[in-house]
Design a binder for this molecule. Structure first.
Ligand code: FAD
Ligand code: S2G
Ligand code: ZN
Length: 494
C-alpha cells in the first residue's frame, strides 16, 4: 500500500485515458510510451520502477510513463496535458529521497531518461551543455579526457541525471570546493507548464540582463517546469587529489579539527566529511573498509574524511604529512589515529566508506532520512536526542528502530540523520519522529532540508524553515508559472 502521507486530492486533474494515449502516439514513437492501458498493455514489471522511489518508501499510481527524446516532444506533451488537465511528474534518475519524483494520484510520469545527448563541450572555458537526461557519471566520463570534472559529485552519480541534480539543487561531496549549482549552472532550457520552451541555455559566464529566471528552476523540484537542457561550468581536473581518514576520540574534537585543517590546508581542502561510530561500524559490517585496524580505532566516537585537490602532488603531500604530524604530536591530540591514502586504490576505498553508507543503510532496513542543516556543534546531540526519544518511546531495538546514526558534509553544516526501521516503515515510527525532528532542527535555527529538497515528504514541514510570507510568495510564483497546477502537483508547497 502507498505510504499514507496526507496525500492531497487532485479534483482539478484528469487521469490518462485511451484517447490521450492515442494523442501521445502522434507525438512519440511507440517505444517512448509505457502504459497499463489496454492499447499499450505495458507489463506491470516494466512500469513499476517509475512508481517506486529509490528507498522503497514512496509508491506512485501512474498508469502511463512517457519517455520523450526531444525538447519539442516535451513541449507538445505538456501543451496537451495542459489542455486535458493531466498532472505531470517529471522524473530523472529517480534517486531523489523526498518522494519528489513519484506520482501522488494519477499523474503521468514524464521521464527524461531518453534525452541523454551532450550538446557541446568547450575544453577552453569548461562549459558543458547537455540534455537533462544525461547521467552525472556519464558526463564525468565525457569530460575527463578533456581534463575537466563535474562541479558536483554524489553517491547516486551512476543513476542521477543532471536535470534532476539541477531540479533538486543537489549538493554532494564537492560543494565545499566548487559551490552550489546556483553558481555553476550558466543556463537552462525549460518547458514551462503551458508548453512554452524557455531557452535560457546561455554559455556566458556573465549575463546581467534582467531577472535571473533560471534560478527558480534550480531547486524547483519539477514544480515550475521541466528542465530539458543544462549549461554548466565544469572546473579543470585538479592535478593532485589526496585524502585522509581520521579517527577521533570524541565528537567535540570535530570543530577544532575543522578549524585546524582549514588553516593548515587552506585552498587545497576540497571535502570535509563526517561519519559517526554507528555509521562506521555499519559500513564495516557491510564490507566497506576497514581503513584502520580495530585496535587503532579503539573507542573512537567518530571519523572525518578530508580530501585535498591541488596543483602539485609534492606540495600537497607535504602539507598533508605535516598536518597529520601536528595532529598526532599535539599535547592534547585531536585524533586517535589517521591514514593518508598511499595509492588510488586506497584513495577510492576511503571515499567508498563514506559514499557507500547510503547503500548500507538500505541493507539494514527502511530508513527515515533527515537531511538537515544544523550548527556543526549540534551534529551529535541531534542524533543522540533522536535515539533517546525512540528509547523513551520503547521504539528502539531490533523490533522497531534498530539504528540511529549521523554522517554528512561537515563543511556545509549538513547532517544526514538516518533512523533505520529494521522491519519496514510503520506509521507509529514516523509519528514518533515527525515533527519532533523538525522542531529540534528549528530550535537550532537550522533547515529541515539541506540538499535533498522538499518533495512530498517535507511539504508540511516547510514552515519550520520558511516564513509564512516566504511561502505565500512561493505560491504566487507557482501561480504565475503553473496556474493549472499540473506540474508536479502536491510537491514542495503545502
Ligand atoms: P529524480 O529523483 O528523478 O527527481 C528528483 C526531483 O527532481 C523530483 O521532484 C522530480 O520531479 C524533479 N526532476 C527530475 N528531473 C527533472 C527535470 N528534468 N525537470 C524538472 N524536474 C525534474 N542528494 C544530494 O543533494 N547530495 C548527495 O550527496 C546525495 N547523495 C545521494 C546518494 C545516494 C546513494 C542516493 C540514492 C541519493 C543521493 N542524493 C543526494 C539524492 C538524489 O540523488 C539527488 O536529489 C539527485 O539530484 C536526484 O536526481 P535524479 O535525476 O535521480 O532526480
Ligand atoms: C549523502 C545521501 C542520503 C543519505 O550520502 O551525502 O546525501 O542520507 C546523502 O544517505
Ligand atoms: Zn549528502
Amino acid at each position: 500500500r502507498r505510504w499514507a502521507h496526507n496525500i492531497p486530492t487532485f479534483s482539478h486533474l484528469n487521469s490518462v485515458n485511451e484517447e490521450d494515449i492515442a494523442h501521445f502516439s502522434n507525438i512519440l514513437a511507440p517505444t517512448s510510451i509505457l502504459s497499463t492501458l489496454s492499447s499499450v498493455s505495458t507489463p506491470a514489471d516494466d512500469i513499476a520502477p517509475y512508481n517506486i522511489d529509490w528507498m522503497g518508501k514512496y509508491h506512485g499510481q501512474a498508469n502511463s510513463v512517457l519517455r520523450p527524446r526531444t525538447t519539442q516532444q516535451v513541449s507538445e506533451i505538456v501543451k496537451y496535458c495542459a489542455q486535458r488537465k493531466i498532472g505531470i511528474v517529471p522524473q530523472g534518475g529517480n534517486t531523489g529521497l523526498v518522494g519528489g519524483g513519484i506520482s501522488l494520484q494519477k499523474e503521468i510520469v514524464l521521464s527524461l531518461g531518453a534525452m541523454n545527448n551532450v550538446r557541446s563541450f568547450d575544453p577552453v572555458s569548461g562549459v558543458l551543455v547537455a540534455d537533462a537526461g544525461c547521467i552525472l557519471q556519464s558526463l564525468s566520463e565525457y569530460i575527463a579526457p578533456h581534463n575537466h570534472i563535474m562541479p558536483l559529485d554524489l553517491g547516486a552519480k551512476g543513476s542521477c541525471q543532471i536535470g534532476g541534480n539541477v531540479s533538486t539543487n543537489a549538493g554532494g561531496l564537492r560543494l565545499l570546493r566548487y559551490g552550489s549549482l546556483h553558481g555553476t549552472v550558466l543556463g537552462l532550457e525549460v518547458v514551462l507548464p503551458d508548453g512554452t520552451i524557455l531557452d535560457q541555455l546561455s554559455t556566458l559566464r556573465k549575463d546581467n540582463t534582467g531577472y535571473d529566471l533560471k534560478q527558480l528552476f534550480i531547486g524547483g523540484e519539477g514544480t515550475l517546469g521541466i528542465v530539458t537542457g543544462v549549461s554548466i561550468l565544469t572546473p579543470p581536473a585538479p592535478q593532485a587529489t589526496n585524502n585522509i581518514f581520521l579517527a577521533l576520540p570524541r565528537f567535540d574534537n570535530v570543530l577544532p579539527l575543522f578549524q585546524t585543517v582549514k588553516r593548515q590546508l587552506g585552498e587545497i581542502m576540497s571535502a570535509f566529511e563526517y561519519i559517526d561510530r554507528t555509521a562506521y561500524d555499519m559500513g564495516l559490517q557491510h564490507g566497506l573498509g576497514p581503513l584502520l585496524s580495530a585496535d587503532e580505532v579503539g573507542d573512537s566516537q567518530c571519523f572525518v574524511l578530508v580530501e585535498t585537490s591541488g596543483g602539485n602532488q609534492d606540495h600537497d603531500l607535504e602539507k598533508l604529512n605535516s598536518l597529520l604530524e601536528s595532529l598526532l604530536t599535539a599535547d592534547e591530540p585531536l585524533i586517535n589515529t589517521g591514514v593518508l591514502s598511499q595509492s588510488p586504490t586506497q584513495f577510492n576505498s576511503i571515499w567508498a566508506l563514506r559514499e557507500g553508507l547510503t547503500e548500507c543503510v538500505q541493507k539494514e532496513g527502511k530508513p527515515y532520512k533527515y537531511d538537515v542543516s544544523v550548527p556543526l556543534a549540534d551534529f551529535q546531540n541531534v542524533v543522540d536526542a533522536v535515539r533517546e526519544r525512540m528509547i523513551s518511546k520503547g521504539l528502539y531495538g531490533d523490533h522497531a528502530i534498530s539504528k540511529v546514526m549521523g554522517y554528512g558534509h561537515v563543511g556545509d553544516g549538513n547532517l544526514h540523520l538516518n533512523v533505520i526501521a529494521k522491519h519496514g516503515y510503520r506509521p507509529e515510527l514516523e509519528a514518533a519522529l515527525e515533527p519532533f525532528i523538525y522542531e529540534i532542527v528549528a530550535d537550532r535555527k537550522g533547515s529541515v532540508s539541506a540538499e535533498h529538497g522538499i518533495g512530498s515528504m517535507k511539504r508540511d514541514a516547510l514552515h519550520y524553515s520558511k516564513s509564512e510570507v516566504s511561502i505565500e510568495w512561493m505560491r504566487k510564483v507557482k501561480q504565475v508559472f503553473d496556474p493549472l497546477n499540473i506540474m508536479n502537483p502536491g510537491k514542495v508547497l503545502p
